[in-house]
Design a binder for this molecule. Structure first.
Ligand code: FES
Length: 163
């Protein structure tokens, strides 16, 4: 990893933004990486602006990986004010852009953030038909791990392992 990217990650880790569970979230997405076993969860809260649904705020929880925490911290800041459509278009490269290009072995860290975001956005879409209730999610990622490996299901939580 370049010294510049490493320094930016350390800066983000020193003061991560929007880290922690959001008790009043409208939707939540959780993904796990088969590459390293890490998991990341993202909560989204929506509001209406000019007749459009926008992300009011986003927060995240992650285990261990500093790069994923740094990307998620920056991504949650970037997401505030974006419409659902704009958020869906964001790639992992765009979400991790403030850090600079991630080295190959860390690209999946950014993809995990993108995956959690997409899962949360999908959950929000599903809400119109059959809502996966936020309150039915395990409270912590540790509890999610307790649900087992592979594609894990516990109650209404579905943890999607990325390809
Ligand atoms: Fe796996 Fe970062 S090393 S998410």
């Amino acid at each position: 990893m370049s010294d510049d990217v490493e320094a930016k990650i350390q800066q983000a880790i020193a003061n991560p933004q929007n880290m922690g569970e959001m008790s009043d979230a409208d939707s939540v997405g959780t993904v796990g990486s088969p590459d390293c076993g890490d998991m990341l969860r993202m909560w989204l809260k929506f509001s209406e602006k000019d007749g459009q649904k926008v992300i009011d705020k986003a927060s995240f929880q992650s285990f261990g990986c500093q790069t994923a925490i740094a990307v998620a911290s920056m991504a949650t800041e970037m997401l505030a004010g974006k419409t659902v459509e704009e958020a869906k278009e964001l790639s992992s490269e765009q979400l991790s852009e403030p850090l600079g290009p991630l080295p190959p072995m860390k690209i999946h860290c950014g993809q995990m953030v993108e995956g959690a975001l997409k899962e949360a956005l999908d959950a929000e879409n599903a809400e119109a038909s059959a809502a996966p209730a936020v309150e039915d999610q395990p409270e912590t990622l540790v509890q999610s791990f307790g649900a087992g490996g592979g594609e894990m299901k516990k109650g209404k939580i579905k943890v999607v392992l990325q390809d």
